[in-house]
Design a protein around this ligand. Structure first.
Ligand code: AMP
Ligand code: MN
Ligand code: MN
Ligand code: MN
Length: 276
């Protein structure tokens, strides 16, 4: 039976496993097609592809692009992207360049909240110096005893509106979709149930995504429930999106679902892999 997991992270962004470690775990857990989708960076793809070839599983080159849409941060996964494409590479470099300055601002905000040394602390957890993100701050804060686990630390310090949260301007939705499509990839709206939107705003998001060239929606994802899978399956059918499935795995002890531990797509969805 084929097992698709089309959303995962390595040490090239905020995952805990190197690309070869991630691929080995996926293969061991029965995944037959894996996509590596690091945040705003494609540096892990070559090593992951090689490891997948050795392990005898299929590999999909991916990326997860951070987007600002109205006052929300959306994540757009690109599947089957070409990391050599100049438009994509330049776009991702631009998104990454904003992260350094944001990390400085997060550290200043935490300093205001009485927590010093977090910039150095977060950097020490980031294997990719261009990709310091909130997860690295979270690991530092847990290490210092400010919270027990990732979920707790986001709730207390790093989620929207909390003391260590700073607003940031990421790529536009149009840019992210444009870069992915320019590189031959398939734009997929990641974990759609995570965005704080009412029903009307949701529909505007889906229409906007489709009008700008979006093709897929993650119907089955690590951080959502079965009821949400059914709901997003209905949205996908109604708006004509292909359906994707991905665990959003970040590493042992940090994710709701392990690699490949995903239920089947709801009945009637057309899988995104039907166009692979
Ligand atoms: P950034 O792109 O630096 O803002 O970091 C976003 C990442 O933080 C996501 O990809 C998740 O890995 C992590 N994250 C965001 N919210 C939460 C949460 N509530 N619990 C655990 N991890 C989270
Ligand atoms: Mn992440
Ligand atoms: Mn995400
Ligand atoms: Mn992700």
């Amino acid at each position: 039976m084929p097992v698709f997991d089309l959303h995962s992270h390595s040490t090239h962004s905020d995952g805990l496993l190197t690309p070869p470690q991630l691929v080995a775990r996926a293969a061991r857990r029965g995944v037959t097609t894996l996509a590596l989708t690091d945040h705003d960076d494609t540096g892990g793809l070559a090593a992951a592809r090689e490891a997948a070839r050795e392990a005898g599983i299929a590999f999909v080159s991916g990326v997860e692009i951070s987007v600002t849409w109205h006052d929300q941060t959306l994540h757009i996964v690109g599947l089957r992207v070409d990391p050599e494409n100049e438009q994509l590479a330049a776009g991702l470099a631009q998104v990454r360049s904003g992260r350094g300055d944001r990390a400085v601002r997060i550290a200043a905000a935490l300093e205001q909240a009485g927590i010093g040394g977090s910039l150095e602390g977060a950097r020490a957890h980031a294997a990719n110096p261009q990709l310091v993100g909130r997860t690295h701050f979270a690991r530092f804060l847990i290490e210092r005893g400010h919270a027990r686990d990732t979920h707790g630390v986001f709730k207390k310090y790093l989620a929207t509106g909390k003391p260590g949260y700073v607003p940031h301007q990421w790529a536009s939705l149009e840019q992210a979709i444009g870069w992915i499509r320019a590189s031959g990839g398939i734009p997929v709206l990641a974990h759609p149930g995570r965005y704080k939107l009412d029903n009307a705003q949701r529909e505007i998001m889906l229409e906007n995504f489709r009008d700008l060239g979006g093709i897929g929606v993650e119907v089955v994802t690590g951080s959502q429930t079965r009821e949400q899978f059914a709901l997003w399956g209905r949205y996908a059918r109604r708006f004509g999106f292909l359906a994707s499935a991905g665990s959003d795995y970040h590493g042992p002890g940090e994710s709701y679902r392990d690699l490949g531990a995903l239920p089947e797509l709801p009945h009637g969805c057309t899988p995104v892999w039907s166009v692979f």
